[in-house]
Write a protein that binds this ligand. Structure first.
Ligand code: ADP
Ligand code: ZN
Ligand code: ZN
Length: 765
């Protein structure tokens, strides 16, 4: 392999090479989907004594030049020296990736069976991947002056743009926080000229970029005195600082987990150490960051997917240099180098968004545990509804569970009612009883939250003359009807088209409701709520209503507004947000999760229901939750009704154990897809054949199922098949993959098919 890659142009000037008898050789990971690392020579003009592991180097590769990472120096090589190439230059003065991250990435590459160079490039911020220096990128930021904070927007008269900017900077979350141009671009159009005017008036000022990270208040607001459960949890974790232990902080929503986190973080900061806080994509709201900033007298860096490359690099560097002591970020923040990491914390550890579902498929939670173990520091996995995997580890005494069973402050848990809707006529998804309860809560001046995990108007459009259904032409799925946008959209591939005016099959004209929506989406429920409660304000929050940058944040703010009466949304509403005025939560259907092809669906449904239920009665008013279902006798729902997540999990454990499913076994899923219908199946069959060339004892330690079609066999025009490997022993799986994957990689047909390996898959499609 190495020979063929390099033979094309190795006619180098040999004089440029180092000492020919004893050249300085380094091993480099290059960003290519290849499982090996490559030997290079450091030529004489480069001072090789400065080269260290973790530095970036520019290297020739085939006809390209690539940015690779040095993985070892002073190597012996197994290749003939004249076949090795010289590196072009060393990019860094100090290692860009420190040893502990190298250790972590090496483990990941092995455990997740992913090409080493790709793992490295995944772990670097984009600008560093492109070879930019590891220096803060200077971007001037703007903030309100003290005068700007005090001045009334009205005093700006008819300068509409200036008023808009001032209002934006004054909005609750933005006060006196420097805003970079890229952040302003997301929120405002053409703001620069007006900003200049405001600066001339002394209402805003430009600040040094470094102050972006030093926005901690001079005096932090004190935390609540902890209740006894919280105190016990915080004390136990504090006592373990400086050694490795995995804690599971299981606390119902509103039990004050975040307060416990902050108490422990304070202690770590006081010891001069740093903290990594991982949160699910959707949980990383400005409110959370604000809350941390308010209470911790510390510089906080943030990393998430909607930041631009410059912001990401600056925050990454602030942590690497220890200019910031806390990093709050979504899953890829796990790769950030820390100068002195003392604690890792994962909020909502059960959340699916902590798992990367393409490319380098990793679980940020599991990688974080490995990182904490290597660093000999504690890690906290927090959740109201921990995953079964995590609870299993508690049972096996690998993790230590700490419980918060009471709601903090005065709030009490809401009552949960199961509402049997089997023989009822549902008015656009709402039963008569639920409608009545909504009315009562609204009359008392409270807020109502309704949850339906399906966006759009209706999940399918049907012709009542011939039975035609709106199938997506590229997927085994239906087009969702989006009434407002007047489009049919596929939620699986993005395919869309206008709503037909006549049936594509029988040509019946659709003018008189011959073409009608079937089923319920949030848009449709919103419409009927508007009819039922014409004088109430309804706020819908789902992916469609929050597409623009900043729209989710502003809607979440609006949700807390006294003017908003009914909140309606998908799981976006379920997680982490605090709506103090909600007293009734209605779950329009609980049944999707009960009977699904994916064995994890019921676990997810339960977690979601308890999360949504946790939105009710977070403050002094008692809350109530109504779940509409056609299966009120289902034991899982009954467990949830009693807020008994432990009983719910016990029932699930029994099911899983009987079927030998995770966490009682481990899975690896090999997926294949192609436009050609036969190709993926053929490739997987051939792949399965190659196991004949592996020692029988290694193959027999693993059950291999399939190949079989994926639950949604056709998606975005591609046919998808998979093969499931299962074993009660992780090492057996690893060992098999170690021998097997190179054999699959050398199959003649593999190039026609996109295939991948998912270790510990979370979804079966
Ligand atoms: P969780 O993270 O478990 O959902 P939070 O930490 O957000 O819970 O706490 C829920 C609410 O209770 C917050 O408004 C918080 O300020 C308040 N709270 C938490 N702990 C206490 C306490 N010990 N005393 C009074 N109020 C508290
Ligand atoms: Zn028809
Ligand atoms: Zn589609």
């Amino acid at each position: 392999m190495q020979d063929s890659l390099f033979s094309s142009e190795h006619q180098q000037d040999n004089n440029l090479k180092g000492n020919q008898t004893n050249p300085f050789i380094i091993q480099v990971a290059v960003p290519k989907p290849l499982r090996q690392i490559f030997d290079y020579i450091v030529p004489a003009p480069i001072n090789n004594s400065t080269i260290q592991m973790g530095m970036r180097v520019l290297v020739p590769f085939g006809r390209q030049q690539l940015i690779g990472v040095v993985l070892s120096t002073h190597q012996e090589t197994n290749f003939a020296l004249h076949k090795l190439k010289n590196i072009v230059e060393v990019i860094d003065h100090t290692p860009c990736i420190p040893d502990d991250i190298i250790e972590l990435l090496t483990w990941m590459s092995r455990y997740y069976q992913h090409p080493i160079g790709e793992v490295y490039s995944h772990a670097l911020p984009a600008l560093l991947r492109q070879g930019k220096p590891t220096e803060l990128v200077v971007e001037n930021a703007w903030q309100l002056t003290v005068q700007g904070l005090r001045v009334e927007t009205e005093s700006l008269g008819r300068a509409v743009k200036q008023r808009l900017i001032l209002d934006y900077l004054k909005s609750a979350m933005a006060q006196r926080i420097p805003h970079t141009p890229s952040q302003l671009n997301q929120a405002l159009d053409n703001w620069r000229d007006s900003m200049k005017r405001l600066e001339e008036k002394g209402l805003v000022e430009q600040v040094q970029p470094s102050s972006i990270f030093t926005s901690a208040p001079a005096i932090a607001e004190p935390l609540h005195p902890l209740n006894s459960e919280q105190q016990h949890a915080a004390d136990t974790i504090r006592a373990s600082l400086g050694k490795h232990q995995t804690f599971v902080l299981e606390g119902i929503t509103g039990s004050g987990k975040t307060e416990v986190y902050m108490q422990v973080i304070l202690e770590v900061i006081q010891r001069g150490q740093q903290v990594l806080v991982l949160v699910p994509e959707i949980g990383l709201t400005p409110q959370l960051v604000e809350r941390f900033k308010r209470h911790l007298n510390a510089t906080i860096a943030v990393l998430h997917s909607s930041m631009n490359d410059t912001e990401r690099l600056n925050n990454w560097l602030a942590i690497k240099s220890a200019d910031a002591s806390v990093l709050i970020g979504t899953r890829s923040a796990i790769f950030t180098p820390f100068k002195n990491l003392g604690l890792v914390l994962i909020d909502e550890e059960h959340d699916l968004s902590l798992k990367q579902q393409d490319g380098l498929r990793y679980s940020a939670r599991d990688v974080a545990i490995m990182r904490a173990r290597n660093a000999e520091i504690p890690i906290i996995l927090g959740s109201a509804t921990p995953s079964l995997e995590t609870l299993y580890n508690v049972e096996q005494n690998r993790f230590t569970k700490l419980e918060l069973n009471k709601r903090a402050g005065d709030a009490i848990l809401p009552d949960i009612h199961l509402l049997d809707v089997r023989s009822q006529k549902l008015e656009n998804g709402l039963s008569a009883q639920l409608t009545q309860r909504i009315r009562e809560h609204l009359e008392r001046g409270n807020q109502v939250l309704l949850f339906l995990n399906r966006r759009g108007f209706a999940p399918v459009l049907m012709c009542y003359e011939c039975g035609w259904l709106s199938h997506c032409s590229r997927c085994d799925a239906f087009f969702t009807l989006h009434q407002k946008a007047q489009r049919l959209r596929c939620h699986h591939c993005g395919n869309e088209q206008p709503i037909p005016t006549q049936c594509p099959d029988c040509k019946t004209n659709g003018l008189h409701n011959e073409l009608s929506p079937v089923g319920m989406g949030t848009e449709r429920v919103e419409e009927s709520l508007a009819e039922l409660f014409p004088d109430k304000t309804i706020l819908r929050i789902d992916r469609d209503s929050t597409r623009k940058k900043g729209e989710l944040e502003s809607k979440l703010e609006q949700a807390k507004d006294a003017k908003t009466d009914i909140l309606l949304g998908t799981q976006m509403l379920a997680k982490g947000h605090h709506f103090p005025r909600v007293t009734l939560v209605g779950i329009l259907s609980a049944d999707q999760g009960l009977y699904s092809a994916d064995f994890r669906a019921s676990e997810r449904m339960g977690q979601l229901i308890l999360q949504v239920a946790g939105r009710a009665g977070r403050e002094k008013q008692r809350g109530e939750v109504i779940i509409q279902t056609c299966h009120p006798e289902d034991p899982l729902l009954e467990d949830l009704q009693h807020h008994s997540y432990p009983d719910f999990c016990k029932d699930l454990f029994t099911e899983r154990e009987q079927a030998a499913l995770p966490p009682f076994s481990y899975h690896v899923l090999i997926r294949a897809e192609a436009i050609d219908e036969m190709a993926p199946m053929e490739l997987l069959q051939a792949a399965r054949q190659t196991t004949n060339n592996i020692e029988a004892s290694i193959v027999e330690a693993v059950e291999i199922y399939g190949p079989f079609p994926a639950p949604m066999t056709r998606r975005a025009g591609r046919y998808r098949y998979q093969m499931l490997c299962q074993s009660t022993n992780r090492n057996s799986l690893q060992k098999l993959l170690h021998y097997w994957l190179p054999l699959i990689e050398s199959l003649p047909n593999r190039k026609k098919v996109k295939w991948s390996v998912d270790v510990d898959p979370q979804e079966m499609y």
